[in-house]
Structure formats: structure tokens, C-alpha cells
Design a protein around this ligand. Structure first.
Ligand code: EPZ
Length: 413
């Protein structure tokens, strides 16, 4: 449980950690080679531990020292992913493409649904079939076979992050060139493409597609993962909701244009300088309207923390969630903290209140948990947040980082 005594403006500087959603596919990329893959700037997160455990279970050796993971071996890969590991974390499903490309036959359990709506993988499977794999689903497990994956053109009905990553990973060892039309352009996907290029795949971004020329085998690489834009955005929103001023260093401001534009529109002062972002709010911010979209649109992962911030702005804000079917299950908890907030279809409407009240609340996923922590920082008294294990999946010591900014936040048992 996380205990928060709110009502204090946060001030100071924190350093952005490496991106969770960049390092997870990067660990899966190491399955494509037997040469060493060295990942730097790796955050200490439960999800990263799960990804490393899966890589080891599939036959890789892995060492993790400070923020560097070294992945070696993998001459003989297992053909079956342990269901418990795949159920624990959806990104484990990205092991399917590399396993299939290396072992020609693989069994991969379907990933667990998450608290943010149904999480289908139909685009992953459609793309692998287009690359020549035969797939059948039996009892919640995908049985995949492919003598040799063959490059082709794959059109994605939706620019899915996971499907784009799955196909890049599989196509890197396919025979010939693969074009993914309407790919995700999230920075984490670009980072994976950069890693695959460093491993020897020929990757080119075009206006409407990405092409990757598969190789018979891939080499190793040393790769520094990009900073975590969602963690950085969460910290600047913590400063904004408490009417303070927070600087995040070691960040990529260009990955947060949509958030920073909306914070400026709300009346915050926003300064960026190289790898530093500073956001300050003095007095009451103004309501704004937001809709989440694929990158460079407003990131869905910052929708919950942004709504927490807007629940104390002046006026009515509307936030439309267009990426996930239902990512509002923290709204009830915000209402219990005094927010004037309601869900109407795919949109949340909130009439900002002066201050929120502390309460006992429960986090149901990583970013919902972050939203409740931010709301608690703005509340005038004590909040107790259960479900902190969700938060630890995506934030390396959020309470510690917030304490360094002057917040009274503790992880209690
Ligand atoms: C990635 O999830 C991230 N996770 C998510 O972050 C992030 O919210 C999401 O991308 C969108 O940016 C990782 O990178 C590990 P999608 P992913 O495939 O790959 C539908 C966090 O908190 N869809 O782009 O699952 C899907 O249902 C997590 O760090 C299909 O219909 O996202 C959703 O509505 C949460 N069929 C939409 O596309 C498919 O085959 C976006 O999903 C695949 C997806």
C-alpha cells in the first residue's frame, strides 16, 4: 500500500529512467541471435525482470548489473514459452516472432487480458501468417510453424505497437524484404528498429511504411534504450497537479510534444533545454480537451495522470480515449477523492474542483495507479492506495522519486 500526505507543491529535479516499453521488445530481439546483445539505460522494473526470466527460460543467458543487461547464448532455444510468464506480462507475446524465426515451430500462450479492455493479438497473427507462418489456436495457445519466413507486404488495419514490433522481430530473419504499411511510429518502435539495424537488419522508414530486409543471421549489438517518456510525463504532471515546478533531466522532450502542448494550453510554464523538461504551474490551471491517439498524438499511457491533473483545473475538460476500449476504471476512485467526473462512452468529462480529498483507493493497472498517486499529492490530507504492485511494474520507485521532490509518499505494508 502507498500512503500519501498531500497538499505540498513538488519542486526539484528527477532523472528519467530508461523506457520500459523500449527495453521489453529489445530483450525479445536478443532471441534472434547467439551473439551478445548489451542493453544500457535499463530501468529496474518488475516487467523487465519478467522479460529477462522469459529469455532465460527460452535458452538465453542473461546478466543484469545496475542498468546494463547482457544477453548471450541461445544457440538452442526452447520452443514453448512458460504460460505463467506470458500470462504475467503481455509483452512476453513478442517472443513468438523470434522463436518462430529461429526454431521454425513454437507454442506461445495467448497473453492475459489486462484491466484496460480486451487485448487481442489478431494483427500479430495476421502479420505472421502473411510472412508464411501456419498458426492454429488450441486451448489458448498459438501453435506456430514456418520452414522459413518470407518477406512480403503487411498492411496493419490499426498502427498497433505490439503488432509492428512482432513483425519487425519476425521479419528480421525472414527471406527477403518486408514492408509494414501503417506501422506504429511510437518512439519505442523506432528504438527497436534501431536495435535491429545495429544487429544487421536493413531497416528503412518511409512516409507510410517501414521496410526491413531480413538476414540469414543477425549479430549482437550494444544498445542504449531511450528514456521513458511516460515516466517523465508522470513526473512533470506531479509538479503541475501540486502547483509546483518539476524538472526531468535525461529525457527526450521531442517524445512529449503532445503532453507539453496541452500543459501550455492549460496555462503551465513549459521549458525544454536539450534533455531537460521543466514544467511549472502557478495558481489554477485552465481546463483543456484531449484525445489520445497513436504517436505523435497524446499518449494513452498519460491519459489517466492527465485526467487526475485536469480534475483540479478551472472549468470542464473532456478527454477522449481512442486507443483502448476501456481505460477509465480509476475514475470511480477519483470521484471518491472529490473529483466531479463522469464517463460518457469513450470520453471522460471532469468539472475541475479546487482541491481533492484523501481516501482509500485501489490501483488496477500501472497508469491508473500513477493517476491515483498524483491525485493523492493534490489532496489536502491522507490517501492510502492499494495495488502498488501494478505501479512497480512500470515505475522504478515512484514514491522515492516523488519524495526527492518534496512529497510525503511512503510504501507501507
Ligand atoms: C503498447 O501496448 C504498450 N505496451 C502500452 O503500454 C501502450 O498503452 C500501447 O502500446 C499503446 O501505445 C508495451 O509496449 C509493452 P497496441 P500494445 O497493440 O502493444 C488493439 C503501459 O502502461 N489491437 O498498440 O498492446 C488493442 O486492443 C502499457 O506501459 C488489436 O485490435 O498496444 C488496442 O485497442 C499499457 N489487435 C489498440 O490496438 C492487435 O493485434 C492499441 O494496442 C493488437 C492491438
Amino acid at each position: 500500500m502507498i500512503r500519501v500526505e498531500g497538499g505540498r507543491p513538488l519542486r526539484g529535479t528527477v532523472r528519467a529512467a530508461g523506457s520500459k516499453n523500449a527495453v521489453l521488445p529489445a530483450v525479445m530481439a536478443s532471441l534472434l541471435t547467439t551473439e551478445p546483445v548489451i542493453l544500457e539505460n535499463v530501468p529496474h522494473l518488475l516487467d523487465v525482470e519478467s522479460a529477462v526470466a522469459l529469455a532465460r527460460a527460452l535458452g538465453k543467458e542473461a546478466t543484469w548489473q545496475d542498468s546494463v543487461i547482457v544477453l548471450t547464448g541461445g544457440g538452442e532455444l526452447a520452443q514453448e514459452a512458460p504460460p505463467a510468464l506470458v500470462q504475467r506480462m503481455r509483452a512476453s507475446f513478442l517472443a513468438l516472432g523470434p522463436l518462430l524465426a529461429r526454431t521454425k515451430e513454437a507454442w506461445m500462450p495467448l497473453p492475459g487480458g489486462c484491466a484496460i479492455g480486451p487485448r487481442p493479438v489478431d494483427l500479430h497473427l495476421m502479420g505472421l501468417r502473411r510472412l508464411g507462418a501456419s498458426l492454429d489456436l488450441r486451448g489458448g495457445t498459438v501453435h506456430a510453424q514456418a520452414a522459413r519466413l518470407k518477406g512480403t507486404t503487411v498492411y496493419l488495419d490499426y498502427p498497433s505497437v505490439g503488432a509492428t514490433e512482432q513483425l519487425l522481430l519476425a521479419a528480421a530473419l525472414a527471406h527477403g524484404t518486408t514492408s509494414i504499411v501503417n506501422p506504429s511510429r511510437e518512439p519505442e518502435v523506432v528504438d527497436l528498429a534501431d536495435l535491429l539495424a545495429a544487429m544487421g537488419a536493413e531497416v528503412t522508414w518511409w512516409g507510410d511504411r517501414i521496410t526491413i530486409c531480413g538476414q540469414a543471421s543477425l549479430g549482437g549489438a550494444v544498445h542504449r534504450v531511450i528514456p521513458d517518456r511516460v515516466e517523465a510525463g508522470t513526473y512533470v504532471l506531479a509538479g503541475a497537479i501540486t502547483r509546483g515546478e518539476v524538472t526531468v533531466e535525461g529525457a527526450r522532450p521531442d517524445h512529449l510534444d503532445a503532453l507539453l502542448a496541452k500543459l501550455s494550453e492549460a496555462g503551465a510554464t513549459v521549458e525544454t533545454d536539450g534533455d531537460r523538461i521543466t514544467v511549472g504551474v502557478d495558481g489554477r490551471p485552465e481546463a483543456v480537451n484531449v484525445q489520445t491517439l497513436p504517436y505523435p498524438g497524446f499518449p494513452t499511457d498519460l491519459q489517466p495522470p492527465m485526467i487526475a491533473f485536469l480534475s483540479t483545473a478551472r472549468g470542464r475538460s473532456t478527454v477522449r480515449e481512442t486507443v483502448f476500449a476501456s481505460r477509465f476504471n480509476y475514475v470511480g476512485a477519483l470521484a471518491r477523492m472529490g473529483a466531479q467526473i463522469r464517463v460518457s462512452g469513450d470520453t471522460v468529462l471532469t468539472d475541475g474542483v479546487e482541491t481533492l480529498r484523501g481516501a482509500e483507493v485501489e490501483a488496477t493497472d500501472i497508469r491508473a495507479g500513477a493517476a491515483l498517486v498524483l491525485a493523492a499529492l493534490a489532496a489536502a490530507d491522507r490517501t492510502e492506495i492499494r495495488g502498488e504492485e501494478h505501479i512497480a511494474r512500470g515505475y522504478a520507485d515512484l514514491p522515492g522519486g516523488l519524495r526527492r521532490l518534496g512529497a510525503e509518499v511512503w510504501a507501507a505494508d
